[in-house]
Design a protein around this ligand. Structure first.
Ligand SMILES: [Zn+2]
Ligand SMILES: [Zn+2]
Length: 390
């Protein structure tokens, strides 16, 4: 059971210092920085954590814009993850400024309570760069960033407040076809058309998707399809994303995708080269006890969850975190109505008063989950057992 007094105390503390969290959120929002270029955002977060009495390591895991801040003593280690990268063109259209602010608010509120009540426990804030398509967390995991951490939690803004309902794994491929150039009118019989191979691949994928389960997605773009119409393209390049909530389906999809590429080769006489364009992300494995604790807390703070929401078909590098240690990537609402992610409307919501108000409530809920992790042995046990389930 959650302790209402603890929750109120976290919420009061976070409300009282609202200007501090807003200062970080605004600074990041006003100066959007792309993945691995988040110099100002990561420096400001590190500085604020240092001022609050955290021991900060930055750079961390060999990444200049990654950081680790730590407070406390003891054997249990609970981590809060922060992101702060932006998107090209639309700035904070994913609201990562609010992720950083929520992480700071929750970490400081939790630290204050641990100190006041003299509770043992090590609280870590991990600053994880380049979530958008570059996989900063995967790089950090390669450097063992979760080795001494027992559980990890993160919050993300959304149009709705929901627990972590999982996400898709993603595999990204660059497919290049090599053909033979020839005059398209004068000597077409001497050519091998690489663009045709790409078109065959797209048509086959479009037919194939009808037989895919709802939990899977496949989508692509053409990056290069020739130079001029009167030269048969000897080179064409496309990029595809394959996604599924189910790892077994992802394996099946990958095998079929490679078969389709072979088919396109055979149909056109071209030769394909297939390379991953990015490291794969795993699907998220939500931790049920942590989800329940978060939802009970946000509900008590007047942020009602949408109980009809479905699992996301998006993907994130936090999936790899959730397969390494128990954790959740839960959401809080920053909009009165449904708005798409990665949009200008979302960037505006990430800069709104409602965004700030709800971020503070969600941060208090996250701090309460951390407090419970440090103080409730049965909860810790339940979190570990849930992580070990198949
Ligand atoms: Zn995003
Ligand atoms: Zn995001």
């Amino acid at each position: 059971m959650q302790n209402q007094t603890t929750l109120n105390s976290m919420a009061d503390f976070i409300e009282k210092h609202a200007a501090t969290w807003q200062e970080l959120s605004e600074a990041i929002w006003q100066k959007p920085e792309l993945g691995y270029e988040e110099a100002a955002a990561s420096a400001k977060l590190a500085e604020m954590l240092q001022q609050q009495g955290f021991k900060v390591q930055k750079p961390y895991c060999g990444l200049p814009t990654a950081l680790r801040a730590e407070y406390g003593r003891g054997t249990s280690v609970f981590a809060i993850a922060a992101e702060y990268d932006a998107l090209p063109e639309i700035g904070h259209g994913c609201g990562h400024n609010l992720i950083a602010a929520a992480a700071l608010a929750a970490a400081v509120a939790l630290k204050e309570l641990l100190a006041r009540e003299n509770i043992p426990g090590r609280l870590v804030l991990l600053g994880t760069p380049a979530e958008e398509s570059k996989g900063g967390k995967v790089k950090m995991l390669e450097q063992h960033c979760l080795d001494d951490i027992d559980a990890v939690m993160m919050l993300h803004p959304s149009w709705q407040t929901i627990p972590d309902l999982g996400s898709t794994a993603i595999c990204r491929y660059d497919v290049e076809f090599a053909g033979l150039a020839a005059h398209a009118a004068g000597s077409p019989e001497l050519g091998l058309n690489a663009l045709d191979a790409v078109l065959m691949l797209f048509n086959a994928v479009n037919a194939w998707r009808q037989q895919l389960p709802e939990s899977s997605r496949v989508h692509g773009i053409i990056l290069k399809g020739g130079v001029v119409p009167n030269v048969i393209p000897d080179y064409a390049h496309c990029r595809f994303f394959l996604r599924s909530t189910d790892e077994a389906w992802m394996n099946k999809m990958t095998a079929r995708f490679l078969d389709i590429i072979k088919g396109a080769e055979l149909m056109t006489g071209t030769t394909a080269t297939v390379k991953p364009s990015m490291v794969p992300y795993q699907s998220r494995k939500p931790n049920q006890p942590m989800n329940d604790a978060y939802i009970a807390a946000v509900q008590a703070l007047g942020l009602p969850p949408n109980t009809k929401a479905k699992s996301s078909r998006g993907s994130s590098d936090v999936g790899n975190f959730s397969r390494t240690r128990p954790g959740i990537h839960a959401y809080f609402s920053i909009s009165e109505c449904e708005i798409p992610g990665h949009s200008l409307a979302f960037a505006q919501a990430a800069h709104s008063d409602l965004g700030q108000t709800n971020m503070r409530k969600a941060a208090a809920a996250m701090a309460t989950v951390g407090y419970r992790y440090f103080t409730d042995q049965a909860f810790r046990q339940a979190v570990s057992e849930d992580f070990l389930r198949a």
